[in-house]
Structures are given as structure tokens and as C-alpha cells.
Ligand binder design. Structure first.
Ligand SMILES: Cc1cc2nc3c(=O)[nH]c(=O)nc-3n(C[C@H](O)[C@H](O)[C@H](O)COP(=O)(O)O)c2cc1C
Length: 413
């Protein structure tokens, strides 16, 4: 089979059919209004993804509370947001009824920005910190996630993605570093309690087997004591708990998972490989395969880190260019049973019409992400995010931002 046939073939997640194998990764773009509702910029971004005909779109990290959050103008999912979100989804469904959408529910925990919100922590990391939270507060956060799931359902989302990746609160509770003696820390049974209870409570709350529930997971956070390490201060990788997390969530009804690695502060290149290290994609393929090995055949695994592969102009060595592109490598991964769908993150900002152009035989018109990381710089600076190279609006915004704030030298902030 050619890559086009593979990538454009449908796939089922639970009872939903995704029309092709393209997954639009959740991409926080910091462009909500003051109440956390979608603005014109948000509409435009998602309209483009819908026109681009992605099989499944993951609505970026949407916070279950505005008390603690990472971005000042981050999308929010609290009762006051239900109507605006319902209008937003109804609009998108008109643009393209075939596209399926899940909302990535998050709480930023220790990554919350103290300038405008409350930074909280389950156990302060060296060099970080925040208010230590107790059991009651975690119970309250669980309630907020359950409520937000019901809001997502009422607003017309096809499902949710529980964010257990990149060092946000979900990962903070799960990681071995959380060795505090409390209901949510210490033993794996305690650290996984939040995730498993949450999943059960959401299932009961939405009470709809057709509502898709899954999770984007950093199987390995890439620092001592992070998720996927052998102990609270161990630099050694050990996937036992990460794989148990997946199985436990699957047992409780999860029907898809998005593979990811890394932590937004400690090991960003594992989550977002740069132009010079496209080979990190191979690491992601290995983790995706590990996921497939422990999960049921019908549970969908979505792979990450495809953007640096580009068309055939990437920096992979010892691979024929025709075999190293996003499309060729992505199709190969699906055909080999490594994953079921391929996730496009930065590439979806550069060219949200990527799947459509493949479908229509317009591959030569696809613009490819160069990993210039200017989108990331806009995000760190709390500015609306988009592709600075491909979209003139963001080119100008980036120019103005640099003029006002100077050059950002460190992306790992
Ligand atoms: C600007 C920006 C925003 C992001 N926002 C999110 C997010 O909201 N949730 C998430 O899980 N990952 C987020 N990511 C990570 C991507 O979803 C993706 O995992 C990563 O970029 C690797 O995929 P890629 O190589 O296709 O870009 C973000 C990345 C960037 C650059």
C-alpha cells in the first residue's frame, strides 16, 4: 500500500470513526479572551484545522480552573464557558462535520504562572516551588475535572484527553518524585489514585459510552524522579508504572492514548525535537510500540514527533529522502503496527491543510515547519501563538514582540 492509502484510511476510536490517520496535536495558542473563551484568532485556527480535514483534533490544554494556570489568556472550561464553547463547536461542525474533536483538560499545578495565578505543587522541585497542596485540594481539583468533562460533553465535544504529560499537574502527582506520605503520594497505588479515581468519576459523570476518553502521557519525563524513572531520585528509566497507568486507564474505559515524552522545563527536546535532532522521532516510535504491546488491539495509539521529518528535506541520515518524510515514515509506523494515527503539532500550525493537500494530490503545495521555535517563543511570552514563518499575522506579532521585549535566549523557561 502507498502511504497515501494508509494515511487516508479510516480508524475507529470507541464507537467513533475518524476519517483518516491524521491527529492535530493539542497546541496551546494563548489567544482566549479575559474569561477564557475562544476569540476570533481561536476560531480561525480551528476552522483551518477543520478545513484541513484532520481525522481527530485535540483542542489545546484547556484549564479546568483559572485560579492556577500557565497562560494568561488560556482557554478555560468552567461553567461560564459552556455556552461560548458550545457555539464554537457548533460552528466547527458546520465547517466540516467529519472531523472529531476531543478537549485536552488540564491543571497546570507547578507550571502555573504566579504573575497572574496561584502556583501549587505536590512536592516542590529543586528550583521551582509553589504552595504545597493537600488531599482536600486534590479532591476539589478532581471535582473540577469531572465538571469540566461534563461541560465538554454538553458543549458538543466528542470526548476528552486527560493531560498526563509534560510536567503539568497530572504528571506531578504520578511521578516517583512525589514520595510525600499522603493519599496521593508515596506508593504507586497512591500516586495513581488521582488518575484512576478521576477516570472512574468522569465515566460515571458523563454516563455515555460513546463519549471518548483518552490521555496524552509522557511515558518518560527525562529527569531523575520524573514519570517513567526507577525511583524518587533515580536517573534510570523504568516504564513499569507508565505502562501500568495506561492499562489502568484502559481498564476503566480509555479508548485512545497519545504518546509523548519529556517535560516542558527539564527535557523539552524530548517533547519537541529541534531541526538538528529529527532522529529523536525514533525514540518516540519505540515508546509508541511499547504502548501497543500492553494495550488491547482496538485501543488507538497516536504517535508524536513527526514535524521535524518534514517533506523530504530533513536532517535524518542514512535514510533515502523518499522514506524519511512525515508521510512515508508515518505510514510505515502504522503499517508496522507501531501506532494507529500520527500526531502533527508544529506542522499543524505551519500548514493546517496538510491532510487535505495530501488527499487532493497537492503535496507540492504543503508548507513544512522548520522548527524555528518562534511559536514557542510567542507562547513563553504570553502572546497569541501561530506559525511565524507561514502566517503574516504572526510574523508581524513576533517582530513587534521582539522589538518590545528583546530576543529570548532561553526556551527552557
Ligand atoms: C506552541 C506549542 C504549544 C503546545 N501546546 C501543547 C498543549 O496544549 N498540550 C500538549 O499536550 N502539548 C502541547 N505542545 C506539544 C505538542 O502537542 C507536540 O507534542 C510537540 O510539539 C511534538 O510534536 P511536533 O514535533 O509535531 O511538533 C505544544 C507545543 C508547542 C510548540
Amino acid at each position: 500500500m502507498g502511504y497515501k492509502e494508509t494515511l487516508l484510511s479510516p480508524v475507529k476510536i470507541g464507537s467513533h470513526e475518524c476519517s483518516n490517520r491524521f491527529f492535530a496535536q493539542p497546541m496551546e495558542c494563548v489567544d482566549s479572551d479575559a474569561e477564557g473563551n475562544p476569540t476570533e484568532l481561536t476560531y480561525k485556527r480551528y476552522e483551518n484545522l477543520y478545513k484541513g480535514n484532520f481525522g481527530l483534533v485535540d483542542l489545546e490544554a484547556i484549564t479546568v480552573t483559572n485560579e492556577s494556570r500557565a497562560r494568561q489568556t488560556q482557554l478555560e472550561i468552567m461553567p461560564r464557558n459552556e455556552k461560548p464553547l458550545a457555539k464554537f463547536i457548533a460552528h466547527l461542525k458546520k465547517v466540516n462535520p467529519k472531523v472529531r474533536i476531543v478537549f485536552q483538560l488540564t491543571h497546570s499545578g507547578e507550571i502555573s504562572e504566579p504573575e497572574f495565578s496561584r502556583r501549587v505543587t505536590v512536592k516542590p522541585l529543586y528550583g521551582k516551588g509553589g504552595d504545597l497542596i493537600g488531599e482536600e485540594e486534590v479532591d476539589k481539583i478532581t471535582d473540577q475535572f469531572v465538571l469540566s468533562s461534563k461541560i465538554a460533553q454538553a458543549a458538543g465535544a466528542d470526548g476528552i484527553d486527560l493531560k498526563f504529560c509534560h510536567g503539568y499537574l497530572g504528571s506531578q502527582i504520578l511521578r516517583p518524585y512525589n514520595d510525600r506520605r499522603w493519599k496521593y503520594g508515596g506508593s504507586w497505588a497512591n500516586r495513581s489514585r488521582f488518575a484512576f479515581d478521576l477516570m472512574e468519576r468522569i465515566q460515571r459523570g458523563v454516563a455515555d459510552p460513546g463519549f471518548i476518553i483518552g490521555s496524552k502521557v509522557s511515558l518518560w519525563e527525562g529527569f531523575p524522579g520524573g514519570c517513567g524513572s526507577a525511583g524518587p531520585d533515580s536517573p534510570l528509566m523504568d516504564l513499569t508504572e507508565s505502562l501500568d497507568l495506561l492499562k489502568g486507564l484502559e481498564d476503566r474505559g480509555a479508548t485512545y492514548f497519545v504518546e509523548s515524552l519529556g517535560n516542558v522545563h527539564a527535557s523539552m527536546n524530548y517533547m519537541e525535537a529541534t531541526q538538528d535532532e529529527p532522529y529523536l522521532a525514533y525514540l518516540h516510535f519505540y515508546f509508541a510500540r511499547k504502548m501497543k504491546e500492553v494495550l488491547k488491539k482496538e485501543t488507538v495509539v497516536i504517535g508524536s514527533s513527526f514535524s521535524p521529518l518534514r517533506g523530504n528535506k530533513n536532517k535524518l541520515l542514512f535514510v533515502e529522502p523518499g522514506r524519511s518524510s512525515i508521510f512515508a515514515m508515518g505510514a510505515r509506523c502504522i503499517e508496522d503496527g507501531i501506532m494507529d494515527m500520527i500526531g502533527l503539532g508544529r506542522q499543524s500550525l505551519t500548514d493546517p491543510l496538510t491532510p487535505l493537500k495530501l488527499e487532493e494530490g497537492r503535496e507540492s503545495e504543503i508548507k513544512y515547519c522548520t522548527q524555528c521555535m518562534n511559536c514557542e517563543e510567542l507562547m513563553i511570552r504570553q502572546q497569541p501563538v501561530g506559525c511565524v514563518l507561514a502566517n503574516p499575522y504572526y510574523t508581524e506579532l513576533f517582530r513587534q514582540t521582539r522589538k518590545k521585549m528583546g530576543r529570548l535566549t532561553e526556551l527552557h523557561t
